[in-house]
Design a protein around this ligand. Sequence first.
Ligand code: PEP
Length: 246
Amino acid sequence: MTKPLVAGNWKMHGNIEQASSLASQLAANWNDLQAVEMVVFPPFVHLSTVKEALANSAVALGAQNISQHEGGAYTGEISGAMLVEQGCQYVLVGHSERRELFGENNVTVAEKFKAAQKVGLVPILCVGESLQERRQGQTLAVVSSQISAVIDCVGLRNVSRAVIAYEPVWAIGTGEVASPQQAQQVHSAIRTQLGNIGADTRLLYGGSVKSSSAVELFAQPDINGGLVGGASLEAHEFLNIVKLAE
Ligand code: PEP
């Protein structure tokens, strides 16, 4: 059976002390939650502090972004090899904030996905439609084309080895969660797109997940955990969400 995964995206929040304290609280409680894999995504500059705080626990470390380039004159960028050196196992690619605010398109996202796998990182590919696209009935087409762009670049087998997070843009940071039925409909379409090879691919739901909404979402047959933003900044709430994925 697929082990559920719950990921916490800390975005650009907190300072070193807060990152260390949050990670320590997760590490202290990790033992009770071994049926679920937990991973946190601190800002780049907090990675080494968080890595130290997570030592002796199975909570994994991830980065929020990766350069598509292996190295060179790319001011301000961070390569996959650098992330591996920092102890990262996962990396987010194609988060809607990167797509919307930093101009990442399907091609860039696919290149980043490829760069991640090349150094042994597991990419969490984020996909999802805007409110306007949903209203126009384009949800499944948008999500499918975002995934197809990556399949075209790295092949279906490589995509199925990664994690895919369905995150409707209108649900991220808004407090508005997709209904379990809306989420399951998209997850089921993603599963179908991946075919037999994707039967065990972990598909996460993200978008204003809280412990109050997680129970029903995680009960859906094609939802294998969550990508949590705001609620991952509070240890108790995040641990409650992780517990619900068991
Ligand atoms: C996210 O950043 O991926 C996310 C889902 O954020 P939030 O849970 O705050 O909506």
